[in-house]
Design a protein around this ligand. Structure first.
Ligand SMILES: *[C@@H]1O[C@H](CO)[C@@H](O)[C@H](O)[C@H]1NC(C)=O
Ligand SMILES: *[C@@H]1O[C@H](CO)[C@@H](O)[C@H](O)[C@H]1NC(C)=O
Length: 436
């Protein structure tokens, strides 16, 4: 019989379920689920055997040390800014760590200490980052080992409602937090959003993420002329956000009239303030918005204003004052744009590689993952983030992944076993080749 393994899971967000379910298939695994609020830990722990819920504030160094010291491995699903605290404690007690977050400079700073103490801090093992790296490295390696070159690498990923659940003016819903909308880039990036075909049935717009250049080094493709990583949304979303940006509704400065102790204020009045008009009638607000926006065709503008109405921006509903316009709007969006019971989400990831083979032939290679949520089971997002995380944690526990340091899945020794196990879980990336 295998020796008992003790795993400390920090955080119980919706991606935790598939990771926990995966790990607990092995009878030797025991999980402690730690959240600041014990009720959150209990809610998850109640669904599985061999789990213990505890209350833990990771800012309490002593409590964190005590918890970390009693386990074999830590999975940290809390916000990435708290990972350095966890890594510091893990190094002190020589425990391995797995996260789904990007390696931040503050995390990377522990690389040497992790190596010296012989521990593995494996990050970026979710979907994006995570599955995207696995299938980028796999193909790039295959091309290079056959003497070929990567001319261009273009990769887009979207976590979206399934088509039938895209039933609102933004064609978007919040599966975790509305902070998603905050990451939406400003004017310029929204203007470079372009229609993008993966499957003709999906009306996607794609826009590049801020900076993809480090991936030239991370993916070892110095020869690539083009490297783009970006985000997919349904068409309509970007126009809508452009109007929100243009009239100033995504402003992230504090506004006096939105502080918690300011008097109640309706959306109609907030909109009038933002537009700088005194007549707060719906018709005047509509006319004023339209007058400020250029470059959007009339019929699209009608749809966008219908969206404003649907969100309640012309209404006499009081806003939930959250200090800034951005946060106040997010509060309303979060409420309106939830998944209803039984609605599916969808994850689509596609890499497109332009390849030049050893004998000078041009080929296009694609790697595509399309996954739907399975209500009332886990969402596609939870499955595609949580499963690779659970797999990676098991591989570290089993000593299959044994590289030391602060790592991301950029090398074959790490990616191959994760891919092999993902496929066993039915998370399959379809790899195709188009010759010209
Ligand atoms: C955001 O709001 C602040 C305070 O009202 C204002 O000074 C600033 O110009 C606004 N920023 C933009 C980009 O509109
Ligand atoms: C919109 O409001 C601004 C004041 O912020 C004003 O200068 C402009 O004339 C208004 N446009 C329309 C069409 O009412």
């Amino acid at each position: 019989m295998a020796t008992d393994r003790k795993i400390l899971l920090l955080g119980s967000g919706f991606v935790a379920g598939p990771a926990v379910g995966y790990l607990l298939r092995r009878p030797e695994n025991h999980l402690t689920i730690a959240c600041r609020r014990i009720s959150h830990a209990e809610a998850l722990a109640n669904l599985y055997p061999r789990t213990t819920p505890i209350s833990l504030d990771v800012n309490d160094k002593q409590a964190l040390d005590e918890a970390v010291s009693k386990h074999d491995l830590v999975i940290s699903l809390i916000p990435y800014t708290a990972h350095p605290l966890v890594i510091e404690s893990a190094i002190k007690f020589k425990k391995n760590v797995v996260t789904t977050s990007y390696v931040s400079p503050a995390m990377k700073a522990f690389d040497q200490a992790a190596k010296e103490n012989g521990i593995t801090i494996l990050n970026e093992v979710g979907l994006d980052p995570g599955i995207d790296h696995l299938y980028a490295i796999k193909t790039i390696n295959e091309v290079h080992s056959n003497g070929g070159k990567i001319i261009s690498f273009i990769s887009y990923c979207g976590g979206l409602p399934a088509p039938e659940a895209s039933n609102n003016p933004l064609g978007y819903k919040f599966s975790w937090s509305s902070r998603g909308i905050v990451e939406i880039p400003g004017h310029q990036l929204m203007q470079v959003a372009k229609p993008y075909v993966i499957y003709p049935a999906f009306a996607f717009l794609a826009y590049p993420n801020r900076d993809s250049t480090p991936f030239r080094e991370f993916y070892n493709i110095p020869e690539a002329q083009t490297i783009v990583r970006g985000t997919l949304r349904y068409q309509g979303f970007t126009d809508f956000v452009k109007v929100l940006v243009d009239i100033g509704l995504l402003n992230s400065s504090e506004q006096d009239y939105l502080t918690p102790d300011a008097p109640d204020i309706t959306w109609r009045d907030v909109l009038a303030k933002v537009l700088g008009v005194t007549d707060n009638s719906e018709s005047n607000l509509r006319a004023n918005i339209t007058s400020r926006i250029s470059g959007i065709p009339e019929e699209d503008m009608d749809r966008i204003l219908r969206g404003f109405k649907w969100i309640g921006l012309f209404s006499d509903n009081n806003v939930e004052r959250r200090g800034t316009l951005l946060d106040t709007l997010c509060a309303t969006l979060e409420e309106k744009m939830q998944y209803a019971e039984g609605e599916r989400d969808m994850v689509l990831l596609q890499h497109k590689f332009e390849v030049e083979t050893k004998d000078g032939k041009r080929e296009t290679w694609t790697s595509t993952l399309l996954e739907y949520g399975k209500p009332p089971g886990p969402s596609a997002m939870a499955t595609t983030v949580g499963t690779p995380c659970g797999i990676a944690a098991q591989l570290v526990l089993d000593g299959v992944i044994e590289k030391k340091g602060v790592l991301a899945p950029y090398t074959l020794d790490i990616i191959n076993p994760i891919i092999e196990n993902l496929e066993k879980e039915g998370i399959k990336v379809i790899e195709e080749k188009v010759e010209y």
